[in-house]
Design a protein. Structure first.
Length: 278
């Protein structure tokens, strides 16, 4: 019998467009050969153009979903995305503190691609205080990295290396800052550890704006860590997977493009070869 799939627990909000959030995590994790466990933190009403409403679930419901599956199955990695409320952040922090050996990928979701706020100032503070110190890796884009580190001392923290150093000081082990929002020809992503930059990868800049690219990247890191890859390779493999899913992206509605996380299932090599119908 083949090996059972690694199990990854995603804490995320439902995205009715299927582009980001829990749906993005489930698609990515399944596409990368993992079994996704899904703890819903909030429900959004949204389409491919943006988020209209958010309803956070009671923290108790979030905890009960997590405890039920954690007591039943071995989990090989955690991935945390959009959180819904300060109470939920505190509750999740307490749950995961019981599992210090499970790698944790934290995607600090602050806003949608359209700019809709998805985390208040107090949620941002709670995330930094309670979740960041437990994270194996945090995956902000450059805007989020600046927002998470700004304003708490006299230094100019605009420089991304300084942002990374500050995030590492706050207690996570690694920081991957993505460069989509920087004014550069290619998109360059930097992985930082306590010794400074560990790897930098540049990718051909695709023309379109995608919804759910950050969730895809963070879930892909969780999938590769769950499969046992060391962090440096995990981050590369996850970027390569994400870039391919963006390149295969499609525009199902009137707003943004969505990554196709199942690109391989429709490629010539990966597609099921039909040999005839009965
Ligand atoms: O891409 C960040 C994100 C995460 N989770 C949910 C979202 C978004 C962005 O819109 O809606 C549910």
């Amino acid at each position: 019998m083949s090996q059972p799939p690694p199990i990854v627990l995603s804490f995320a909000a439902s995205d009715s467009s299927g582009g980001a959030g829990a749906q993005a995590d489930i698609l990515t994790l399944a596409s990368m050969g993992c079994h996704p466990l899904s703890v819903i933190t909030a429900i959004t009403i949204q389409d491919t153009a943006g988020v209209d409403h958010v309803m956070a679930l009671d923290a108790e419901w979030v905890v009960d979903q997590a405890r039920a599956v954690l007591e039943d199955m071995p989990v090989h990695a955690f991935k945390i995305g959009m959180l819904g409320s300060v109470e939920t952040i505190a509750a999740i922090a307490e749950v995961i503190s019981d599992y210090p050996d499970i790698p944790l990928v934290l995607d600090p979701v602050l806003a949608s691609g359209r700019g809709d706020e998805l985390a208040s100032g107090s949620m941002r503070a709670a995330m930094c205080e309670l979740l960041l110190p437990q994270a194996t890796i945090i995956t902000p884009n450059s805007l989020e990295a600046r927002q998470l580190t700004q304003g708490d001392d006299e230094h100019d923290l605009q420089h991304l290396a300084q942002c990374a150093a500050r995030l590492l000081q706050m207690g996570c082990k690694y920081v991957l800052i993505t460069g989509t929002h920087e004014n550069t020809l290619q998109v360059t992503n930097h992985l930082y550890g306590c010794e400074g930059v560990i790897r930098s990868d540049s990718w051909y800049r695709l023309a379109d704006a995608y919804h759910g690219s950050g969730c895809t990247l963070a879930s892909a890191i969780a999938a590769t860590l769950a499969s046992g890859l060391p962090i440096v390779e995990s981050v590369y493999e996850a970027q390569a997977y994400t870039w391919q899913s963006l390149k295969a992206g499609f525009r199902p509605g009137m707003g943004q493009y969505l990554p196709d996380r199942m690109f391989w299932a429709r490629s010539e090599a990966g597609a099921v070869q039909r040999t005839g119908t009965k």
